[in-house]
Design a protein around this ligand. Structure first.
Ligand SMILES: [Zn+2]
Length: 167
């Protein structure tokens, strides 16, 4: 995978993010993934917010239709099922471990924050706790980096997919 360059944030992006989130976005350092229409899907966030709070979730899913589609899957208890599979499937567990390391490496590029050193997000590397985080990572990194995020994206593709605008 080639890494995408940090995508510059415009004033328009900030306005769209505020609308998507229903609050002013915090710690935005880039747009990690965009809809084909140009609106942000995933925001890249600083590892420490302006008020000093450590912020482990480097990739935050902002697109309301994507968030809704993922929330529907969370409500079915999919996290428990996926966590159980990690314990049984060594190959999946190894790929998920690599996703965890990739996540930490990306965040480290934005600055080192001691309080969250070695801690990624979404439950990585041993558990699946937040599908929004894993989908945010999969969209930011592209296919083949976060296996659980990729799988959730394929599960929701009838409701939401990144190559079809439903903004
Ligand atoms: Zn769109």
């Amino acid at each position: 995978m080639t890494r995408k360059p940090l995508d510059a944030v415009t004033d328009h992006d900030i306005a769209v993010l505020a609308e998507q989130l229903g609050r002013p976005p915090r710690g935005v350092v880039g747009i990690a993934a965009r809809c084909i229409c140009g609106r942000p899907l995933v925001v890249r966030t600083a590892p420490r917010l302006d008020d000093g709070t450590p912020f482990p979730t480097t990739y935050y899913l902002t697109s309301p239709p994507a968030v809704a589609a993922v929330s529907t899957r969370e409500a079915t208890g999919l996290m428990k099922e996926l966590t159980a599979r990690l314990a049984d499937d060594d190959e999946l567990a190894a790929a998920y471990q690599r996703a965890h390391e990739a996540y930490l490496a990306d965040r480290e590029e934005l600055g080192h924050v001691e309080e969250i050193a070695g801690i990624s997000a979404g439950g990585m590397p041993n558990r699946v706790k937040c599908l929004h985080v894993l989908v945010g990572h999969a969209l930011a990194a592209g296919p083949g980096v976060n296996p659980i995020g990729d799988e959730v994206l394929s599960l929701i593709r009838d409701e939401w997919r990144p190559d079809r605008c439903t903004c």
